[in-house]
Design a protein around this ligand. Structure first.
Ligand code: GDP
Length: 201
């Protein structure tokens, strides 16, 4: 897919105020600092569509971007940042939960996982929650340029093994680097294929 246009639409913390449109949309979510802003900028070939984080955990909003005037890319807040207060975490949980429960045009949540790290409980629990609520999701492994090919392969294999402890199959996954652009076409092609199948209610 060629990105012809990418523009910011709206930020808010209430699902009811998300764009009133039936366009298909895709959510990007993960732990703070996982490389989400960099990935969004890489996918859209824009230098600073999503701001890269000076202060992780700061942008606690649902951010909608309109891509090619035909689908929405949604930048959701990073989770699991230790310095965010308990009440901020609760608020986060409330509106993220509402977002996934109510936003029917959300066709796939891309859960970002730092390819360098061992499986983390917070990510596993989040994916479990998505599964229990029937939310379709994929995994995007980030920052893969930081690993040697063998180490990367090993990490992905052990991630799969961990997932298969609780899941009957591995969800679709993508191996990416915002530095090299690796995985860009695969993610965009996947979005393209879902867009083509999408028939608004
Ligand atoms: P966010 O908090 O999830 O939005 O993460 P950012 O996109 O702000 O990235 C956090 C840090 O990781 C920044 O210093 C980025 O430059 C770095 N980073 C993000 N993606 C990559 C990547 O693919 N490769 C490398 N080498 N660094 C990355």
């Amino acid at each position: 897919m060629k990105i012809k246009s990418a523009e910011f639409v709206i930020s808010n913390s209430e699902v009811s105020k998300c764009p009133d449109s039936k366009l298909p949309e895709y959510a990007f979510i993960g732990r703070s600092n996982v490389g989400k802003s960099s990935l969004i900028n890489m996918l859209t070939e824009r230098k600073s569509l999503a701001k890269t984080s000076g202060r992780p955990g700061k942008t606690q909003l649902i951010n909608h971007f309109l891509i090619n005037e035909s689908w929405h890319l949604v930048d959701l807040p990073g989770y699991g940042y230790a310095k965010v207060s308990k009440s901020a975490k609760k608020t986060f949980q409330r509106f993220i939960t509402a977002y996934f429960e109510k936003r029917e045009q959300m066709l796939c949540a891309f859960v970002l996982i730092d390819s360098r790290h061992k499986p983390q409980t917070i990510d596993m629990e989040f994916m479990q929650w998505l599964g229990e609520h029937g939310v379709p999701f994929c995994i995007i492994f980030t920052k893969t340029d930081k690993l040697k090919p063998k180490a990367l392969e090993r990490n992905i294999e052990s991630y799969k093994a961990e997932m298969l402890q609780t899941w009957t199959e591995m969800p679709p996954y993508f191996v990416t680097s915002s530095t090299t652009g690796m995985g860009r076409e695969s993610v965009l092609d996947y979005i393209d294929s879902l867009n083509e199948q999408f028939l608004p209610q």
